[in-house]
Design a binder for this molecule. Sequence first.
Ligand code: HQG
Length: 182
Amino acid sequence: MSKKLLDDTSKFLSYVLRHEPQAIGLSLDSEGWAGIAELIEAASRDGRSLSRELLEQVVHTNEKKRFSFSEDGQHIRAVQGHSNQGVQLQLDERQPPAVLYHGTATRFIESINQKGLIPGSRHHVHLSEQLETAREVGQRYGKVVILKINTSKMLAQGFKFYQAQNGVWLTEQVPAQFLEAI
Ligand code: HQG
C-alpha cells in the first residue's frame, strides 16, 4: 500500500469523521463513531474505494494516531479534532502536567492576547506536552510562536482538562492571563 494512498485516506477520514460526514451521506453517533460497513458503502457511492484492510493500515500507521476502532471492531472514529455539531465526546477529566504548550502563528497573537485561546471551529483548544509538537502545529499557519500554558493556575481556578486517546490535551479555552510566549 503506497504512502500516498494512506495519506489521502487519512485526509478523507479526517474530513468525514471530524467535520462533514453528511458530505457523503454518513452519520456519526454522539461519540463520533461511524459503522465501518456504512463508511465503506458511503465512500463507494462517493467514488472512493475503501476496504477494511486499508482502514486498518491507516489506523495503525497514522503518525498522530488520529483514528481508532471500537472494541467490537465494527466502528471507527477520529479521537479528537472534531468540529461536527452532532458529536460530543464524553471525555474523562484528567490532571495535566504543570505546563502545556500551544503552537500558533505570529499573526494570531494580537487577537490571542485579547481573547485568549479559543477553539475556533473545533470543539476544544488543543495543547501538547512537547514543545516540539507545538512548534510543528504552529508552523502550519505561518511564523511560529510557542505559548506556555500555566495549567496549575488554571486548575486552581476550576478550569478542566481532558486528554484524547492519542495524548493531545484538550480544554474549552485558555484566557490570556495563563499564557506566556516563549
Ligand atoms: C488559533 C492538528 C486568533 C490557534 C494539530 C490556531 C493539532 C486564535 C488556530 C490540531 C485564537 C486554530 C489542532 C484567537 C486560537 N485569535 N487565533 N483568540 N485562539 N487561535 O487547526 O491547535 O493534523 O483548529 O492558535 O496537530 O492549530 O489535524 O487548531 O492556530 O493537534 O490531526 O486558531 O490539528 O492535528 O487552528 O491544531 P486549528 P490547532 P491534525
